[in-house]
Design a protein around this ligand. Sequence first.
Ligand SMILES: Nc1ncnc2c1ncn2[C@@H]1O[C@H](COP(=O)(O)OP(=O)(O)OP(=O)(O)O)[C@@H](O)[C@H]1O
Length: 347
Amino acid sequence: MTPLLQAEAITKRFGATLALDALDLAIGEGEFFALLGGSGSGKSTLLRIIAGFEAPDAGRLLLDGRDIGATPPWARPVNMMFQSYALFPHMSVADNVAYGLRRAGVKRAEAEARIAAALEMVGLGGFGRRRPHELSGGQKQRVALARSLVMRPRLLLLDEPLGALDANLRERTGFELRALQRETGAAFVMVTHDQEEALALADRVALLDGGRVAQVGPPRAIYERPASRFAARFLGAANVLEGRATAAGFESEEAGATFAGDLPPGTVAVALRPERIRIAAAAEGPNTARGVVEDVAFRGDDSLLLVRLSGGAMLRVAHAEEDGAPPGRGAAVSLAWDAASVVALAS
Ligand SMILES: Nc1ncnc2c1ncn2[C@@H]1O[C@H](COP(=O)(O)OP(=O)(O)OP(=O)(O)O)[C@@H](O)[C@H]1O
């Protein structure tokens, strides 16, 4: 099957800055896709290139297998919802939503029906006559969404769609975005720097680093199996321990531990999630370590322990509430984990 959108070796420079570095990506029909990365990783630049607001220096952009490099933004079946929402303050909600339809020459009766349906879809039926300043932040965002959806794009680009919302509204809006995506059947491509948001919402996540895709896959797969030190640290803040592969497994001097498991020869480091480490009665053999608790932070469901290992490395350990009171600061602890929890990193 041809993917809806393919980016092939897209490169973009701004002066001396390489914003996108021969980036490859494929997005499927009706997929909820997240572009995740830190500041300056190239997320917004990629979004703007897909929308057609920016031209790449090299590489191709294909939609349904056809090159759309020369297609102007308005002629692409793509719509972008900006982080600022970019509503026209002097226009009513309905006129804001109507804007694209007018420009596309859609007849009045059809336009009115589509505007009403789009406002209904985002839960703003009856708000058509209001002005943007008479709306809350969440409602403004819905208007911006309705304005995009009314154009029936095949691909909707969302720049930090939850960024301006408070914590309560973020969760609700996240679920609503997914429902809208299923309802419309459009592919959604969301930019975010928030890994939790990307993992929670997207069918697939591309982790960007320095203008390249560091890893791409379904949330669970990239969370459970980060491929590199960067991915392991970025996604769920795993512990990353350096060492070398030996006959016994993977020896980490800084951990004072040997990691045994399914570790390929090219392993340069291992990742171990805080919630996969348990306090043990004793530390003997592989997949165990000793250390001293340096600090404890209560987090509700669990406590996060900072444990200084005998080899010198600091390990983050999640101690579940149901396992009783966590050891206190200064306590000497033995730690253990299952071989299956050790993730081999090749770079
Ligand atoms: N118009 C521009 N002129 C010069 N440099 C730019 C321009 N747009 C982006 N850049 C640079 O390109 C790189 C990628 O920027 P981009 O905005 O795509 O990153 P981002 O991942 O979206 O970051 P953020 O999360 O901070 O928005 C950055 O180093 C940025 O400074």
